[in-house]
Ligand binder design. Structure first.
Ligand SMILES: [Fe+2]
Ligand SMILES: [Fe+2]
Length: 373
């Protein structure tokens, strides 16, 4: 009976438009609906493929990691708390960030929060059959890669977080709340525990982060903060190296198992490659992801054109149009993937048209100041 009453109340709430509030009360449930999740879609026998690739991964993947001793650290770019010039360095940082625009801060904060949710991405990688780190200290090259990749990524959020904190231009408490919400809510990866899906996603996503950090670097330079430009550029270089690694894995999968790989590529593109922070929420704006990505689109940091460009790049890099000997289903997937970019570009035109009419929206991250979307 109680269950029935709950259903009726929920339906009524949905009907009169309170559905978001009903969800919001459940703090660690995503503010947005997460659809049914398919699990373990890769046939178990395919796990052998990933076992057989361990020698390859050792040679081709682990060599793309940077040794810790040669890696940059956030402290290399930040005021030195143990130096006499600490306060002057903070003053200089604040002078530099004074000129940065509100919309730039919104996009940079969104990027930083996305980086800060790295525990979620490590979990997602460790959900993939055949490559997961089964003991948290496993010495398979796949597990070593995932841990070291996470450790490299962890510096990105650290650095941007500290820089933004010192700027004094953003509401750190609201940002920290958003990070806690996001990590608590997770990510709708749609990986299905399937490493074919997972590696196609990471190839796409690392290139997307390379592009967006590259663009925030360019904008920081234009708006007069050379140091921040250097920071974003340095992070972008890491993303590029990660992209190289994931693209190589998928290239190898295309070589040894083209049919499954092209089907996986089409499957992921049909589901759309959603950004990892899609479930972002600050406790106030139930549409925060759409608002943040509209700001990024308007500012030219990450746009629908970039999405189409990445897709086109990957199709070319993996020579998808040249694959032969595919099954009927494989050929259909090949046609779909190869013909998708022009359709995305059309969508981009429509998005640009829509952007002209978009409203200004307040963002909690910048003390409720409004940004034109
Ligand atoms: Fe990153
Ligand atoms: Fe990355």
């Amino acid at each position: 009976m109680l269950g029935l009453i709950k259903i009726i109340i929920t339906s009524l709430a949905n009907l009169i438009g309170f559905s978001e509030e009903v969800n919001v009360e459940r703090s660690y449930r995503p503010a947005k609906e997460v659809h049914f999740q398919i699990t373990h879609s890769m046939p178990p026998q395919k796990i052998e493929i990933f076992k057989s690739l361990e020698g390859w991964a050792e040679k081709n993947l682990l060599t793309l990691l940077k040794p810790v001793e040669k890696s940059w650290q956030p402290q290399d770019f930040l005021p030195e708390p143990d130096s006499e010039g600490f306060y002057d360095q903070i003053k200089e940082l604040r002078e530099r960030t004074k000129e940065l625009s509100d919309d730039y801060f919104v996009v940079l904060v969104g990027d930083m929060i996305t980086e800060e949710a790295v525990p979620t991405y490590q979990s997602a990688l460790n959900s993939l059959d055949g490559i997961q780190d089964e003991t948290s200290v496993s010495l398979t090259p796949w597990a070593i890669w995932t841990r070291a990749w996470t450790a490299e990524e962890n510096r990105h959020g650290d650095l941007l977080n500290k820089y933004l904190y010192l700027s004094g231009r953003v509401d750190m408490r609201k940002i920290e709340k958003t990070i806690q919400f996001l990590i608590g809510c997770g990510m709708d990866s749609k990986f299905e525990n399937n490493p074919y899906f997972g590696f196609i996603y990471t190839s796409f996503q690392e290139r997307a982060t390379f592009i967006s950090h590259g663009n925030t670097a360019k904008l920081a330079k234009e708006q007069g903060d050379i140091k921040l430009a250097q920071i974003c550029g340095t992070i972008a270089a890491d993303e590029k190296r990660h992209e190289t690694a994931y693209v190589k894995i998928v290239e190898k999968l295309f070589e040894i198992d083209p049919d499954t790989t092209v089907l996986a590529f089409a499957n992921m593109m049909r589901k759309k490659i959603s950004m990892p922070a899609e479930l972002i929420y600050d406790g106030e704006d139930c549409n925060l992801f759409n608002h943040y990505s509209a700001a990024a689109q308007r500012l030219g940091v990450y746009t629908a054109k970039d999405y189409a460009d990445i897709l086109e790049f990957l199709v070319g890099r993996w020579k998808v149009d040249k694959l032969t000997g595919l099954s009927g289903e494989g050929r259909r997937a090949q046609d779909f993937v190869c013909g998708l970019a022009p359709r995305v570009r059309k969508y981009e035109e429509r998005a640009r048209e829509k952007a002209k009419k978009a409203p200004a929206i307040p963002f909690s991250w910048i003390f409720g100041r409004e940004v034109q979307l």
